[in-house]
Write a protein that binds this ligand. Structure first.
Ligand SMILES: [Zn+2]
Length: 445
């Protein structure tokens, strides 16, 4: 596969911000210690539209990121990085996460994400202009390029994990695109959703009301095993790949933690800013890609442009097939995107801060006092990181419900058939503004 991927290097991005991001990342890789520095890893951000114009479809094409083992080459698609930069401008550049205007409600957030996804370059050009001219409020803490660098570094670190494991041609993630078809196959859907439900449970995102779904001896899981057997070797491969992805995520966490610890040794205040930017980036990537996948999904399965959580409850209630379709939102080989963000943020907070000992939540400062001393600022950043962490955990709720019900669908359909009529299945989904209100209430902020 790797014989002549070198030609891609002539199609590297010429965007000055992205070149700086790339150069910084290469330097960060070199500083990772001998074991990784001697791997000779290269990283490039490629404009695949230009590749296509010049040479046609590339065998090395990736929607997001891919690593080639023999050449030690990590390739990112410029569109993916640009989307991320746009998302950072939209969702990270605000004093407090509570002040992000797009979190006012689901519809508003969904339309912002559609706008970015439709033309990320246009969005970024406009956002950079606004930021550079400080047309928006001056927020010295939030340099979008610095946040972008750390976020892309996380993706690169995941690819380094694949290279260290001698895996070739592995992507960062699977996202649901316009070209994908909705899942229709119940066996695949059930097996996949059960895998994700188990992962959610493992990390504390369970649904107490649906404990039967977790119980290996339940009729729900017997049905799943029956389906799994039928899928044979394809499913065995998926399980193996899934483990590979989990391992690469763990390597990525280790790399980030190493990088931050080194920075903290040099300067605790700057190191803390690095943590803050990283958490912002992981938070933004998780939210952006999850909502973008949902937008694509709704468009496909009901022809609607986007929807809110109340609508989602009604749509999902219509019939069982909706939960089979919903499996399209979950990767076959990758963990769920929000879970990856939550776990990475959790590891960074646990290993590089005293977050669990001292975090106290500050309210929004939009009309209030801004922290002034260095210690105040460190506390303020910790508080913001906590808010982002809480918010991501709450947003997981929709995916957890989908996975649990999806996992049970084989059994539910069997019961429907026995009964002769389907039982009404009503699930409530929470909106982004509800989640924010819940955090404010929990933290008295
Ligand atoms: Zn991967």
């Amino acid at each position: 596969m790797n014989e002549d991927s070198g030609y891609l290097l002539q199609f590297e991005t010429t965007d000055p911000v992205l070149i700086r991001v790339k150069d910084n990342i290469l330097e960060m890789i070199r500083d990772l210690g001998a074991e990784i520095a001697t791997m000779g890893i290269r990283f490039c951000i490629v404009d695949f539209d230009e590749v296509k114009k010049a040479t046609g479809a590339s065998p090395f094409y990736t929607d997001n990121m891919v690593s080639l083992l023999q050449e030690r080459l990590i390739i990112a698609n410029v569109r993916f990085i640009t989307e991320l930069e746009a998302a950072i401008h939209a969702l990270s550049i605000s004093e407090s996460v509570f002040d992000i205007p797009y979190f006012r409600n689901d519809d508003y957030l969904a339309s912002c994400i559609s706008e970015i996804a439709d033309d990320p370059k246009r969005y970024v050009d406009r956002a950079r202009h606004l930021f550079d001219t400080r047309y928006i409020r001056d927020i010295s803490e939030d340099d979008p390029a610095a946040i972008l660098t750390l976020t892309v570094f996380y993706f690169v670190a995941h690819e380094i994990g694949h290279l260290a494991d001698e895996c070739d041609g592995r992507n960062f993630g699977t996202f649901f695109s316009e070209n994908n078809v909705l899942e229709q196959r119940i066996e695949h859907a059930v097996v996949k959703m059960c895998t994700h439900a188990d992962e959610f449970k493992k990390y504390g995102f369970d649904l107490p009301g649906l404990a039967k779904t977790e119980d290996g001896r339940s009729s729900i899981r017997k049905k799943e095993r029956e389906f799994k057997k039928g899928l044979g070797v394809a499913e065995a491969n998926n399980q193996k790949w899934f483990k590979d992805e989990v391992r690469a995520d763990k390597t990525a966490d280790k790399i980030l933690i190493y990088h931050i610890r080194e920075a903290l040794k040099k300067d605790p205040f700057d190191g803390n800013l690095l943590q803050y930017h990283l958490v912002k980036g992981l938070f933004t990537a998780g939210i952006y890609f999850w909502y973008k996948d949902q937008n694509t999904f709704y468009r496909k399965f009901d022809g609607i442009h986007n929807t809110n959580s109340a609508m989602l409850g009604l749509i999902m209630m219509q019939d069982r097939e909706k939960y089979i379709n919903a499996a399209s939102l979950f990767g076959e080989r990758h963990r769920f995107i929000l879970l990856r963000s939550v776990l990475a943020i959790g590891e960074v907070l646990k290993e590089t801060t005293d977050y669990f000992a001292k975090v106290k939540i500050w309210g929004s400062t939009f009309f209030g006092r801004y922290p002034e001393t260095e210690n105040d600022i460190i506390d303020w950043r910790l508080s913001e990181m906590a808010k982002m962490n809480f918010l991501l955990s709450m947003i997981m709720d929709t995916a957890v419900k989908m996975a649990y019900v999806g996992c049970s669908t084989g059994w539910i359909k069997e019961q429907d058939a026995k009964r002769g009529i389907p039982q009404l299945l009503s699930v409530q989904f929470e909106s982004i503004d509800q989640a924010i209100r819940r955090i404010k209430k929990l933290t008295n902020s």
